[in-house]
Design a protein around this ligand. Structure first.
Ligand code: ATP
Ligand code: MG
Length: 162
């Protein structure tokens, strides 16, 4: 298992972490995000979208009620939020499986609602430390992410954000 963990001390810093990952990602990619309400998942995806060159003036918001938003960057970005998922049938209706192994970047908030797929994804867990601080943990199985997590760790340190 490859892992990287850091603490962000503002929403802006979480966006920067997302942007850095977005810059480093080589699509296709599948990202599973877990963590409580308000832990910073959507905030991270906002940065991720910028790192994937989704135009700055395009708002990136939570697809809580629509279940999925789609953005056009240097690769297609599919942003799922499964918080309000009724059941696995809803996932089939959405054609979820096609996005899992497609050619773009698929990022899934509340990914624990669709269990059993963790081995194929880069998994991120967000937890609240206090009002302004969040712990963000990345893990993927050996070989899945190549050198992505070590690059992320190195560049995050180089930018002095850790
Ligand atoms: N270090 C931090 N990182 C991210 N968000 C932070 C941080 N500090 C404070 N916040 C605040 O916490 C909230 C995070 O909200 P966000 O919508 O990103 O959470 P979420 O995990 O997507 O929640 P939900 O499960 O409801 O979708 C925002 O209001 C943000 O301003
Ligand atoms: Mg959210």
């Amino acid at each position: 298992m490859e892992q990287f963990e850091t603490v962000t001390t503002s929403a802006e810093q979480t966006r920067k972490l997302g942007r850095l990952l977005g810059e480093l990602l080589a699509p296709p990619a599948l990202l599973f995000l877990t963590g409580d309400l308000g832990a910073g998942k959507t905030c991270f995806v906002q940065g991720l979208a910028r790192g994937l060159q989704v135009p700055e003036d395009e708002p990136v918001t939570s697809p809580t009620f629509t279940l999925m938003n789609q953005y056009r960057g240097r690769a297609p970005l599919y942003h799922f939020d499964l918080y309000r998922l009724g059941g696995l049938d809803d996932l089939l209706d959405l054609g979820f499986e096609e996005y899992l192994y497609g050619d773009g970047v698929t990022v899934v908030e509340w990914a624990e609602r669709a269990t059993g797929l963790e081995d194929d994804a880069l998994c991120l867990h967000f937890s609240q430390i206090d009002d302004a601080s969040r712990r963000v943990s990345f893990r993927c199985r050996d070989g899945l992410c190549g050198s992505l997590l070590s690059q992320l760790a190195d560049q995050w340190r180089e930018r002095g954000l850790e």
